[in-house]
Write a protein that binds this ligand. Structure first.
Ligand code: GUN
Ligand code: ZN
Length: 442
C-alpha cells in the first residue's frame, strides 16, 4: 500500500512514551503517561498525540476511532537482533554456541536456497513479530541472496520498517552455505541497490561473525559500508568463551576480537554488535568512540549458557555505549520482547543491578530506535514519527488479571506486564497507521 492511500485513524486510550532517557533521568519522570490519550494518524504518520479532551475536536469528520480504554498503548517494539531463518529451529536442545550452530542452525539455513521455502518462513516470521508487538527488527537472512529478497518482499507488502541483510560467510561453514569474498560483496551490492531505502526497507551488511569470514571478506564488507554512510552493519561479538578462543587463533595479529572488526572498518554508527557478553572496559570504550551499538540478548545468552552481559557497565555515563535489546531467535527461546525484558531483569539482578521497568520499555522502544539511528522515524509517540504502535493488555491472562488488581502504581503495573507478559498481552499492533494485528480472544 502506498503511504498516500493509508486512511486517517484516531486511536484513543492510555498511552506511554518517553520524553527523556530513563537511564539519566528518574525513570518515571522520563516516561510520559497520558491516561486518556488520542493519537491521530495520516498517511502512516502520527500528526497529533495528546489528551483526548484536548484533541477530540480536531478529529476530522468521518474518521474511525479505535478505543482501548483499559490498555497501555506504546510505540511498537524494536528487536535489534534476530535471525528469521532460525524460526523453525527455535528451542533446540542441549548445546552451546559452536555445536548448536553446527548441529541445528547450519542445516536449517541450508533450506533457504529455495525461495519458496524462504517466502513461507518470512511470512510466518513477520506475522509472529506483529502478534507480539514488534514493528521493527534488525534481521539476519542466510547466505542466499534470495532469502533477502523473500524477506524484504514480505516486509514491503506489510509496510514494516525492517533492517536485513545477506549473511557473509566464506570459511568454516558447510560448503553449501559458503560464498566467497568477491561473490559476497557483489551479491550484497546488488541487494543494497535493490532494497536499501526502498519504502521502509533498510539494508545491513552482515558478516556472520569473525570465525566464518576471511580477513579479505571482512575488508570487502568494510569497503561496501564505506560506499554509503546510512547503511547498517550487523555481526556477533564476544558471545561465548570457545568462540573467543577460536577468534584469537584465527586472527593472531589482532589486538582483540573487537579489533578484528575495527581494522576492517566495520565500527561506526548503525553498526550493531550482538551480545558482547564478555566485553571488557577497552571494548566498551572503543564502541563508545566509534558510535556503534550493542544488541543485548539476555534470553539467548541464558539459553546457550553464554554468560551475563553487564548492561549497566555498557551504559556507564563516562563513555556510554548505545544498547538495544534482541530476541536472537533461534538461540533466544522467545520472540516476545516482553519475555526478553523479563530475562534482562533477571540477568541484571544476577549482577547485583536493577533494571527499572521504564528502563526496560525504553530499551525496547525509544532506546532501541536511538541505537539504530532511527529515533527521528520510530520508537516514540510524537508527531512526525511513523504510527507504529502496540497496544498492551496488562490483564490479558487470568494471572495477569489477579496481579493487575494489586498494582497501585503505573511502575508496578508496567513491571508486572514485563515479567508476566507474552503474545497474549498484545491486544493490537499498528504499522504506519494500519491495524495489522488484532488479538482474536481476550
Ligand atoms: N554467532 C554466529 N552465528 C550466530 C547465530 O546464528 N546465533 C548466535 N546466537 N550467535 C552466533
Ligand atoms: Zn544472533
Amino acid at each position: 500500500m502506498t503511504q498516500s492511500s493509508i486512511p486517517r485513524r484516531a486511536i484513543r486510550g492510555p498511552f506511554l512514551t518517553f520524553h527523556a532517557d530513563p537511564f539519566t533521568t528518574d525513570p518515571m519522570d522520563a516516561l510520559h503517561h497520558e491516561p486518556d490519550g488520542l493519537i491521530l494518524t495520516e498517511n502512516g504518520l502520527i500528526i497529533a498525540a495528546g489528551s483526548w479532551d484536548g484533541l477530540r475536536d480536531t478529529i476530522p469528520a468521518g474518521t474511525a476511532v479505535d478505543h482501548y480504554p483499559d490498555m497501555l498503548i506504546s510505540a511498537g517494539m524494536i528487536d535489534t537482533h534476530v535471525h528469521y531463518p532460525q524460526l523453525p529451529v527455535i528451542a533446540s536442545y542441549g548445546e552451546q554456541l559452536l555445536e548448536w550452530l553446527e548441529n541445528y542452525v547450519f542445516p536449517a539455513e541450508a533450506r533457504y536456497a529455495d525461495i519458496t521455502y524462504a517466502r513461507a518462513v518470512a511470512r510466518q516470521f513477520l506475522t509472529e513479530l506483529l502478534r507480539i508487538g514488534t514493528t521493527t527488527a534488525a534481521v539476519y537472512c542466510t547466505v542466499h541472496p534470495q532469502s533477502v529478497d523473500a524477506f524484504f518482499e514480505e516486509s514491503e507488502r506489510l509496510n514494516t520498517c525492517m533492517i536485513a541483510g545477506k549473511v557473509l560467510m566464506d570459511r568454516n561453514a558447510p560448503e553449501n552455505l559458503r560464498d566467497t569474498a568477491q561473490s559476497g560483496y557483489d551479491q550484497s551490492a546488488e541487494l543494497i541497490a535493490r532494497w536499501h531505502n526502498r519504502g521502509r526497507q533498510l539494508y545491513a551488511v552482515t558478516p556472520r561473525f569473525a570465525p566464518t569470514s576471511t580477513p579479505e571478506q571482512l575488508d570487502l564488507a568494510g569497503a561496501l559500508l564505506a560506499t554509503k554512510p546510512d547503511l547498517f552493519m550487523q555481526t556477533h561479538l564476544l558471545e561465548n568463551r570457545s568462540e573467543i578462543a577460536w577468534v584469537r587463533e584465527l586472527f593472531p595479529d589482532r589486538a582483540s576480537y573487537l579489533d578484528v572488526y575495527d581494522k576492517a572498518g566495520l565500527l561506526r554508527p548503525r553498526a550493531i554488535l550482538a551480545h558482547a557478553v564478555h566485553a571488557e572496559e577497552a571494548d566498551f570504550q572503543r564502541c563508545h568512540d566509534t558510535g556503534c551499538s550493542i544488541a543485548h540478548c539476555p534470553g539467548s545468552n541464558q539459553f546457550l549458557g553464554s554468560g551475563s552481559f553487564p548492561l549497566f557497565k555498557a551504559l556507564n555515563p563516562e563513555r556510554r555505549v548505545h544498547v538495544g535489546i534482541g530476541s536472537d531467535i533461534g538461540a533466544g527461546p522467545s520472540l516476545s520482547l516482553l519475555q526478553v525484558l523479563s530475562d534482562a531483569y533477571k540477568v541484571a539482578q544476577g549482577l547485583q543491578t536493577k533494571l527499572h521497568p521504564a528502563q526496560g520499555l525504553w530499551l525496547a522502544t525509544a532506546g532501541g530506535a536511538q541505537s539504530l539511528g532511527l529515533e527521528d522515524r520510530i520508537g516514540s509517540i510524537r508527531p512526525g514519527l511513523y504510527a507504529d504502535l502496540c497496544v498492551f493488555d496488562p490483564a490479558a491472562t487470568p494471572l495477569g488479571r489477579i496481579r493487575a488488581q494489586t498494582a497501585e502504581t503505573l511502575a508496578d503495573r508496567l513491571f508486572a506486564l514485563t515479567m508476566l507478559g507474552d503474545d497474549r498481552s498484545i491486544a493490537a499492533t499498528y504499522v504506519a497507521g494500519e491495524l495489522l494485528h488484532k488479538r482474536s480472544t481476550v
